[in-house]
Design a protein. Structure first.
Length: 423
């Protein structure tokens, strides 16, 4: 063998080194992107709330117009940027070779997702940044691997998406769990290692720049076993019914062949404007509680404080209308807010119980009902509240909600929404 040609063993070591550098660089980059996204999202939401406070009727003009404009732009120029972003990552992981020229996890789509999600927050849309962060993170991970001439596999895409969940919520374990339950249909050992490495690195970046924070603040919500045995089934049943109904509505709007829904889908810009009007009216009637992510109100409820009883229903309507519009934006954070509102309503039936703990069960019940990922739901709630005392009632609620939601909507939401992107 000529000396100037590298041996197979040397070529292998070069490839392994390139893979490690690509994974490290990608995880660092997506961690930084998640932080920037979060900061800009807060700014956009606060600007809208200031505008709505100064000019109470402004949302009736701004919100429908922005909804329609964003949907028109995404359908015309960036169709892969519509909706949550998680279905796109799932579809891309099933066909990594096809993504060499595809748009599901391209930088072009990621930039559009970033800008359009901020536009939705700037118009009062009930959206979260977590789903979009998953797609943006997967796109960044894929881009770094391409730049370094490292082959892109399903594991790379899954690792990027999982790290996006971890970076968005500061919940490393939830990122791994979400990859197992949702992003990967067949989870292999190599993918597990890659996912955990990407999640760890992005988490360290977030930790180094923003500090060791808990998303909703540390809480301790232990409840007596008697109360737990009563509250957990109620939260699971109600959360499963409401969350399953939400998922079924989204799937029907996107895929049902009902003649009425087909005619509605034929006019997507008008549908978006009407949905924007519903969001504006709901926010106006609820005094702004249903706009944005709902983070602050949810945090107050977890701490045992009170909010208007209309918070949960108003947030449900606003989130459903926003999601039905087809505009870019996630449903993670808004779903947690809807669940918090549901928990508050349940807590009214148990005045002697721990209100914050019951709110927590309402959150895990509804969130599980929507995404049908019970393990992720429990882990994400424990990590976001730093509360390990509620693990048993959380698991009970999540399992009941998953079963009830499955009877309402047989197919998982993200799996159903990913099918059109696989075509």
């Amino acid at each position: 063998m000529p000396r100037h040609l590298p041996s197979p063993l040397k070529r292998r070591h070069i490839t392994v080194a390139q893979r490690r550098v690509a994974a490290l660089a990608g995880a660092v980059l997506l961690g930084l992107a998640a932080i920037v996204f979060a900061r800009f999202g807060e700014i956009a939401q606060n600007l809208f709330l200031k505008l709505a406070t100064a000019f109470p009727l402004a949302p009736f003009l701004l919100t429908p117009a922005m909804f329609a404009g964003v949907v028109w732009m995404t359908r015309r120029w960036w169709p892969a940027a519509r909706g949550s972003g998680i279905p796109q990552v799932m579809a891309a992981s099933h066909d990594p070779e096809g993504q060499k020229k595809g748009d599901l996890v391209s930088l072009r789509t990621a930039l559009a997702k970033f800008a359009c999600t901020l536009a939705m927050l700037l118009s009062g849309g009930s959206v979260g940044r977590e789903g979009p962060t998953v797609q943006i993170s997967a796109a960044l991970m894929v881009a770094v691997h391409r730049w370094l001439r490292v082959p892109v596999s399903a594991g790379i895409i899954i690792a990027g998406g999982a790290a996006g969940v971890a970076a968005a919520f500061n919940t490393p374990l939830a990122g791994v769990a979400f990859a197992i339950e949702e992003l990967a249909s067949a989870f292999e050992q190599k993918v597990a290692v890659l996912v955990m490495a990407a999640v760890m690195i992005s988490g360290l970046v977030s930790l180094g720049l923003t500090g060791d924070y808990v998303y909703f603040g540390a809480m301790s919500g232990a409840m007596p076993i008697g109360t737990m045995l009563m509250v957990a089934p109620i939260a699971g049943i109600l959360g499963g019914l409401a969350g399953g109904g939400f998922s079924r509505s989204l799937i029907a709007m996107g895929q049902s062949q009902n003649s009425v829904l087909v005619r509605v889908r034929a006019r997507p810009i008008l549908l978006a404007a009407v949905c924007g009007l519903v969001v504006a009216a709901t926010g106006w009637l609820s005094h702004g509680l249903s706009w944005g992510t709902g983070y602050e109100t949810t945090r107050h409820l977890l701490m045992g404080q009170q909010a208007p009883v209309t918070f949960g229903p108003a947030k449900f309507i606003a989130t459903l209308a926003t999601a039905l519009s087809g505009a870019p934006g996630g449903i993670f954070a808004p779903s947690l807010s809807v669940g918090a509102g549901l928990g508050q309503l349940i807590a009214m039936l148990f005045p002697g119980g721990s209100a914050g703990a019951i709110v927590l069960l309402g959150m895990v019940g509804y969130f599980t009902g929507v995404v049908r990922a019970p393990m992720t739901s429990v882990i994400i709630m424990m990590e976001m509240t730093a509360d390990r005392t509620m693990i048993l009632p959380l698991f009970a609620t999540a399992l009941i909600a998953d079963a009830v939601s499955g009877s309402v909507c047989r197919e998982k939401l993200y799996h159903a929404l990913s099918r059109p992107f696989m075509a």
